[in-house]
Design a protein around this ligand. Structure first.
Ligand code: DGL
Length: 273
């Protein structure tokens, strides 16, 4: 039986915040990370383009041998995952599985709220897809979901401007816009894998009584659970503790910026599509 690393994909660096937590929980496995930095951000792109880019990434990771791929990107999970699972995977290799980050999050997010009013910060793409309200309703029908698109947050992060004063304006504005939608919101989800980097600034402008939920640990726990329930897939995942990083843009830039998202030093490789 041919074993292979677990693939983790994001439009850029954000998926590293998820990988960090996955590696903490499942250190023995091999991982290949792919960041499509050359074409990031995805959050303002159309369905067709996000689907096309995500499918290309899935095919690349499958070519590299991965049998299990995690789309550590809400925008790709919202706009491309279902079509890939339903239309593309059946035409690809038999054992390939692709998972996203929205389902594991929506399965438990309702447990964090006492008021049943939950806010979601996300990219325009994720908000427009309505994936969060639709999926949360399935698990927590009493929960009301209020979404706020934050079109500039990913760009501030990808361009390493997020610690500077200028970013405060946009962070404060999007927080105020969300909280204006309901004064009962007691829990906010960072529904984009880049946003944990903004945690300090978000805390600065959000009432301290509001829970702030990042997805990394939630997705990692869900993967632990998935592997324990699917031994046929688990057996296909190799365990030599290797971590390989690919970017579609410059590896030098990737290695420099990735340290903001991931605690270990990264030496990435360029991957041509
Ligand atoms: N990290 C991605 C997400 O979780 C989004 C980034 C982007 O806009 O490319 O939605």
């Amino acid at each position: 039986m041919q074993q292979a690393p677990i693939g983790i994909f994001d439009s850029g660096y954000g998926g590293l915040t998820v990988m960090q937590e996955i590696v903490k929980k499942l250190p023995e496995y091999d991982y290949i990370y792919l960041g499509d930095n050359a074409r990031s951000p995805y959050g303002t792109r159309s369905y067709e383009i996000v689907y096309q880019y995500t499918l290309e990434a899935v095919k690349k990771l499958a070519d590299l041998g991965c049998k299990l791929i995690v789309l550590a990107c809400n925008t790709a999970s919202a706009k491309a995952l279902r079509t890939i699972q339903q239309n593309d995977l059946p035409k690809m290799q038999k054992d390939l599985r692709v998972l996203g980050v929205i389902r594991p999050t929506t399965e438990i997010i309702g447990n964090y709220s006492n008021t049943n009013h939950i806010g979601v910060f996300a990219t325009n793409g994720t908000v427009d897809s309505n994936s969060y309200p639709i999926e949360i309703e399935k698990f927590f029908p009493d929960v009301k979901v209020f979404q706020q698109a934050c079109p500039l947050w990913v760009s501030l992060i990808e361009n390493n401007e997020y610690k500077n004063e200028g970013s405060d304006f946009f962070i404060k504005k999007n927080i105020e816009d969300l909280m204006l939608q309901s004064n009962k919101i007691d829990t906010v989800l960072l529904g984009c894998t880049h946003y944990p980097l903004l945690l300090n600034k978000i805390k600065k402008y959000l009432d301290p009584s509001v829970n702030i939920i990042s997805q990394g640990e939630i997705v990692a726990n869900s993967l632990v659970n998935y592997l324990s329930r699917h031994s046929e897939i688990e057996q296909l995942c190799s365990k030599n503790k290797s971590r390989t990083f690919y970017t579609t843009d410059s590896p030098e830039n990737f290695d420099l910026n990735a340290s903001n998202f991931y605690n270990e030093k990264i030496r990435s490789n360029h991957l041509e599509y």
